[in-house]
Design a protein around this ligand. Structure first.
Ligand SMILES: [Zn+2]
Length: 310
């Protein structure tokens, strides 16, 4: 079964409301015909474009209304209406640009992906769960999204179609607020999963090696909403004593943020040496500090974790 790196857990109905931001998803950008830059939707792509053939085939398998749409270095397969898809595509394109900038600040060399990076975004949570099981053997009912290294695609759903936000709407919460919170959750999720796709396809991490889980998730979380995004970071780290998985993601983000602030060269050197070691089948020398309190990775170096609802 392919390794998966899920988005941060959702943690129960509406838990996200009134808290700091959550899950993220980040995606990698590909050596694209349109090149880097702003979100570039290409709804009229040539179906014979070899760079989109895999995404187009996936869309065809899923059936109408699914379609493959290219945004900069990404190929998004989705049944979302164009207005929402364009927003998410813009987030992906921005994530791609931000990621290369962040790696450059670290002093890491990257390369653009050879093919569009596939991101599947469902409008319906149940369809997301069914697809995860069918396509990747992933039990995803608790996840907000995941990146599967075997199939090398990221899969998620728009939070407007997620159980928490549907429930919020049913409970009579302000529709505008529900939509705003769902949009924020989906944006962070997209940046998180995009970070995984980019890291594993652009020369930062190796799909054939076992990187420490806290580092993989910490990089994605830090990129989604922490120091790697260029933000000053979040000084306070919630304990989440009642939610160890959520605590793990938060602590992993905090650990990577701290290293980015205090010793970015060490982080870059570790990533460089790990990639070189994995390339020849050797274990990576590991000399990065462990994140505080994260001794119990929920799923081991290549994971599979968790989430209820996202
Ligand atoms: Zn992740």
């Amino acid at each position: 079964m392919p390794a998966t790196t899920p988005s941060r857990p959702w943690g129960g109905p509406l838990r996200w409301f009134g808290t700091t931001g959550l899950i993220a998803a980040v995606v990698v950008a590909i050596g694209a015909r349109l090149g880097p830059g702003p979100a570039l939707a290409d709804e009229g792509f040539d179906p014979n474009d070899a760079r989109l053939d895999e995404a187009a085939a996936l869309a065809s398998d899923l059936g109408i209304p699914f379609r493959a749409v290219r945004f900069a270095d990404f190929a998004v397969v989705s049944d979302l209406p164009s207005d929402r898809l364009d927003v998410h595509g813009a987030t992906l394109a921005e994530a791609g640009s931000d990621f290369f900038e962040a790696m450059s600040r670290l002093g890491l060399e990257t390369h653009r992906p050879a093919r569009p990076l596939i991101v599947v975004i469902f409008s319906d949570h149940r369809e997301f769960v069914a697809f995860a099981q069918r396509a990747d053997g992933v039990e995803a009912h608790w996840m907000g999204g995941y990146y599967a290294s075997g199939s090398n695609h990221a899969v998620m759903y728009d939070d407007l179609g997620g159980p928490e936000f549907l429930q919020a709407a049913d409970q009579g919460l302000c529709p505008g607020e529900v939509r705003a919170q769902a949009a924020r959750a989906t944006r962070e999720k997209i940046r998180h999963e995009a970070a995984h796709l980019l890291a594993f396809n652009c020369g930062v991490q190796s799909r054939t090696g076992d990187h420490p889980l806290w580092l993989t998730e910490g990089l994605a979380e830090s990129f989604a909403r922490g120091a790697l995004s260029g933000s000053p970071g979040q000084s306070a780290t919630a304990r989440h004593d009642d939610d160890p998985v959520r605590a793990f993601y938060e602590q992993s983000r905090a650990a990577v943020d701290a290293i980015v602030h205090s010793d970015p060269a060490r982080l870059a050197e570790y990533l460089r040496s790990a990639r070189a070691a994995f390339a020849v089948g050797a274990p990576a020398a590991f000399d990065l500090p462990r994140p505080p309190g994260a001794s119990g990775d929920p799923g081991g170096p290549t994971v599979s974790a968790v989430d209820a609802g996202r």
